[in-house]
Design a protein around this ligand. Structure first.
Ligand SMILES: Cc1cc2nc3c(=O)[nH]c(=O)nc-3n(C[C@H](O)[C@H](O)[C@H](O)COP(=O)(O)OP(=O)(O)OC[C@H]3O[C@@H](n4cnc5c(N)ncnc54)[C@H](O)[C@@H]3O)c2cc1C
Length: 498
């Protein structure tokens, strides 16, 4: 059985170096910037131990007499892909789609790595045994793995080795008999401060000259020299769960990872001084495709939540039955069903990794298309909801204390209400809506949905590359080939033009 939420929380008290507002955070499970979200993650682990949900969230490990989180399982049939999606759905519903990097995200990525382990047999370094050990350690321990595989935005026009200084991006600075020493930074460690280990690597192609930067490793959060510099905490600024129901509980955090001469034992290195393997491990295994399975399922859940929010808002405003509002709600419902059907279609049209008894993964073209769709769609969904909500989103008492105040409470109750929706209910709903649509937390989510899977200038041309442009061009050409100038009414040939 996976570890309990309590065991998970205890594992976070390991002396990890998390920095916030110039302060070294002693214990993320107690600090007001992190503690509620840590508990939300712990609740996911508890859910996996509950008799009613254990069968959805866990599965018997291959060749062993114990259960692991289903996200760690390598699916071998289409039915197993569906089972995995049910597990993703169950966890994503617990945060209404707002914990993007719950532990199942990287777990599925690691299952993707072990589905094609030979990719890790690089020219000068063979990472296959270390990968097998990582998979065993992570799946048996139900570990929460984070990852930082993007270089900081210092100068995007130059290669890593051409930046102003050598150690801006993570690189190897010393080789020892027992491992390597690394120095530099990576962005953005979502959920990293709540993790057990962090995978550090590079998902973008590296030029040959960047060989010192071409490495991947996985280290525990408390590794000496490893530092996480947190962004603003929305949880810390939340007044209460009533006032900020999402940001107070599901602020998954994003942090800059800094390796200040971190020692990495050889057994934790996955790729080393190898630009090809460092890149291929993400794209030539189903790792990234597995990320999409979790992310697309979570996105579908988030749209379910937001569509439900639109329905409740318009009912509270008594605009629900107006024909233009019904049109807007229909549009939201349509988008939600597009998100859902892309997951189901990608599972139905699954593909197989080459080899006997091999793993299956989502249809690649549909998985890629989801990235193009979701990043563009999410801002439109938010805009539609804001139009439906109107000024009520802003005309809200600062906190629930205004409602309970003996003098103010009756005034608020009188003026902040709508037919069938008394003040407390209306304020509660609109505060939830603001947290989802307009707060700093909401803006971060908009940026997340646009960028968590890379920048559009990288992934959109990738969709073209992975598709079959010649086939499409030939199809349209067949239309052009079906008629001729010679067939002009009244005679053909160039004579007809003179
Ligand atoms: C909320 C959030 C969470 C994230 N979590 C993680 C995480 O957990 N782990 C992780 O590794 N990464 C994470 N990321 C980082 C994510 O992977 C990167 O944001 C993404 O890869 C894009 O890189 P970038 O942000 O540096 O954008 P850039 O590559 O700098 O691009 C930004 C913009 O600059 C322009 N631009 C830059 N270069 C070019 C070019 N060559 N051609 C054309 N236009 C260009 C484009 O307009 C582009 O949209 C997260 C990002 C966000 C926003």
């Amino acid at each position: 059985m996976p570890r309990s939420g309590q065991d998970y929380l205890e594992s976070l008290r390991d002396g990890r170096a998390v920095w916030l507002d110039g302060e070294l955070v002693k214990d993320v499970t107690e600090h007001p910037a992190f503690r509620n979200t840590a508990r939300s993650v712990a609740a996911l682990y508890d859910m996996a131990c509950e008799p009613g949900r254990r069968d959805i969230l866990t599965v018997r490990a291959e060749g062993a007499d114990r259960s692991v989180l289903r996200a760690y399982h390598v699916p071998r049939t289409a039915a197993e892909l569906v089972e995995r999606r049910k597990a993703f759905k169950t966890w994503s519903e617990a945060s209404f789609g707002f914990l993007g990097r719950s532990p199942d995200y990287m777990a599925a990525g690691t299952a993707g790595f072990v589905s094609a382990p030979d990719i890790f047999a690089g020219e000068g370094f063979d990472g296959r045994d270390n990968l097998a050990a990582l998979y065993r350690r992570a799946s048996e321990g139900s570990l929460y793995q984070a990852f930082t595989i993007t270089n900081p935005q210092i100068d995007r026009t130059r290669a890593a080795s051409e930046q102003e200084e050598d150690d801006l991006y993570v690189r190897v600075v010393k080789e020892r008999d027992d491992g390597i020493v690394v120095r530099g930074a990576k962005m953005i460690g979502t959920g990293a401060v709540f993790g057990d280990e962090v995978v550090v690597g590079t998902i973008e192609p590296l030029p040959r000259q960047d060989v010192e930067y071409a490495l991947t490793f996985s280290v525990p959060l408390d590794s000496p020299g490893l530092k996480f510099i947190s962004r603003t905490s929305y949880e810390a600024h939340a007044r209460s769960v009533f006032d900020n129901p999402l940001s107070s509980r599901f602020d998954e955090n994003d942090a800059l990872l800094v390796c200040d001469d971190v020692f990495v034992p050889w057994e934790r290195v996955l790729t080393y001084r190898d630009v090809d393997t460092t890149f291929r491990m993400w794209w030539f295994t189903p790792a990234y495709n597995n990320f999409v399975h979790q992310a697309a399922t979570r996105f579908w859940t988030k749209l379910e939540f937001l569509t439900g929010l639109a329905i409740l808002l318009t009912r509270a405003n008594n605009t629900y039955a107006l024909p233009p509002v019904q049109m807007q709600l229909g549009r939201l419902m349509g988008w939600l069903n597009i998100a859902k059907s892309m997951v189901v279609a990608a599972e139905t049209m699954y593909e197989r990794v080459a080899g006997e008894g091999s793993a299956v993964h989502l249809n690649r073209e549909i998985a890629s298309a989801h990235r193009a769709m979701a990043g563009d769609l999410y801002p439109k969904v938010l805009a539609e909801l804001k139009m439906l909500a109107g000024g009520g989103l802003i005309q809200l008492p600062a906190s629930g204390h205004d409602l309970t105040h003996p003098e103010l409470g009756p005034l608020v109750a009188k003026y902040v209400r709508s037919p069938g929706t008394p003040a407390e209910q209306r304020i509660k709903l609109l505060k939830l809506a603001w947290d989802a649509l307009g707060s700093e937390f909401a803006s971060r989510h908009e940026q997340y949905e646009r960028f968590y899977h890379g920048a559009p200038h990288v992934y959109l041309p990738g969709i073209l590359r992975d598709g079959d442009p010649d086939l499409l061009a030939a199809f349209t050409q067949s239309c052009l080939d079906g008629y001729r100038l010679e067939d002009l009414p009244g005679g053909g040939g160039t004579d007809a033009l003179s």
